[in-house]
Design a protein around this ligand. Structure first.
Ligand code: PGA
Length: 261
């Protein structure tokens, strides 16, 4: 575990799952199970559930957010949602640049960068997802891809604004798989991302940046990732849909880390 003072943030990404009723029942069951956790726990829920879940989580440390938004402040964009609408519903953060959005909805680094800027202007924290595909890794393009996603995705963002950005390294080939990436593979990539941040924004913002690992995180591998010096949290998809699994993952980060035992 890192020797710096970075927070540990564990985020659940529900993707397109759960009705309002299911979402509220989930958080009511989860909250007592994670009381006293030293980790910060974020939950990215469907748009329809943000308001009800934010209300149900009001007296808890749980932070509620969204999984996407448009780059415009408002306008004639049928079917889209604005950052200020998310804030209005109770969202505190938004996930941007998830590989499913890049791949299935053709989102580019440039478009993601516009969304990052808008989200920060609207007062949302951003979880920016980056990561290479299997082909890119096999052709030794991982560093090149991560560098472009970082530099283009965060183009024009000041080091002060970076305080409201969290990175999530999610190798595309490890998402929704029976097997996660090796913790050593993730650590190498995340240390590289920190180096790029340091070169472009300076040592201090790079040292302060929370970098999560995402891709098939489960209760039995979560600790291995959290033990790495450049892994400061987790972005959990499938396993965050189950109260039992998600609470176990959160509780992997326990007082032994904080006390440095
Ligand atoms: P997974 O998803 O944990 O189901 O692999 C991670 C993600 O897509 O954020």
């Amino acid at each position: 575990m890192t020797s710096t003072n970075r927070s540990v943030i564990i985020t659940g990404n529900w993707k397109m799952y759960k009705t309002i009723e299911e979402s509220v029942a989930f958080v009511k069951e989860l909250i007592p199970l994670i009381q006293g956790s030293p980790a910060h726990v974020y939950l990215a829920v469907p748009f329809t559930a943000i308001q009800s879940v934010a209300k149900a989580a009001k007296e808890s440390p749980l932070v509620i957010g969204a999984q996407n938004m448009n780059d415009a402040s408002e306008g004639a964009f049928t079917g889209e949602i604005a950052g200020k609408m998310l804030v209005d519903a109770g969202a505190k953060f938004v996930i941007l640049g998830h590989s499913e959005r890049r791949r299935l909805f053709r989102e580019t680094n440039n478009f993601i960068n516009k969304k990052v800027k808008r989200a920060l202007l609207d007062g949302l924290k951003v979880i920016l997802c980056i990561g290479e595909t299997r082909d890119q890794r096999d052709s030794e393009k991982t560093h090149e891809v991560l560098k472009a996603q970082l530099e283009e995705g965060l183009e024009g963002i000041s080091s002060e604004q970076l305080e409201n950005v969290i990175l999530a390294y999610e190798p595309v080939w490890a998402i929704g798989m029976p097997q996660a990436a090796g913790a050593d593979v993730a650590e190498e990539a995340q240390a590289y991302c920190r180096k790029i941040l340091s070169e472009k924004w300076g040592e201090k913002p790079a040292e302060q940046m929370v970098i999560q690992y995402g891709g098939s995180v489960k209760p039995d591998n979560a600790k291995e990732f959290l033990d790495q010096p450049d892994i400061d949290g987790l972005l959990v998809g499938g396993a965050s849909l189950s109260v039992a699994e998600f609470s176990k993952i959160i509780n992997c980060y326990n007082s032994s880390y904080v006390e440095g035992i």
